[in-house]
Structure formats: structure tokens, C-alpha cells
Design a protein around this ligand. Structure first.
Ligand SMILES: [Zn+2]
Length: 70
């Protein structure tokens, strides 16, 4: 049996937490996603710091996806 080469990635859609936002993020782990979201929140949502409640909401909405390699 052969499988297509793939790797697991974490994915997050900002719109799951901020209605109307269309940005999506992918990273190797939750911490990478959270770092990307923090930068995006500062730049696009005016949040100098991401509140703990938002971090929790982001974590709750991070999903794992399989991405093809190559
Ligand atoms: Zn956003």
C-alpha cells in the first residue's frame, strides 16, 4: 500500500474568532500559529497584545490538516 507523501500542518482561520476576517494561517505547531496570529492581530486588528481569551479562542479553533509534500 502506498500513501501520497503528506505532512501534518496546523491551520487557523482568523474569521473563526474575528467575524469577517478572511486571513488564514498555517504552521508547524500551535506556537507558530499563535505567533503569526499575534503579528496579524497587531497589524490588522489593532491589538498590541492578544488577550488570553483570544489566545484560548485561537487554540480552540486550530485544526490539523494534511498538506502534500513537494
Ligand atoms: Zn484577522
Amino acid at each position: 500500500m502506498s500513501l501520497m507523501p503528506a505532512r501534518a500542518l496546523k491551520s487557523f482561520a482568523c474569521g473563526d474568532v474575528v467575524p469577517g476576517c478572511t486571513r488564514t494561517f498555517r504552521g508547524g505547531d500551535d506556537a507558530e500559529i499563535l505567533a503569526l496570529v499575534a503579528a496579524h492581530a497587531a497589524a490588522d486588528h489593532g491589538l498590541a497584545e492578544v488577550p488570553a481569551a483570544v489566545v484560548d479562542a485561537v487554540r480552540a479553533n486550530i485544526t490539523t490538516v494534511l498538506a502534500p509534500v513537494g
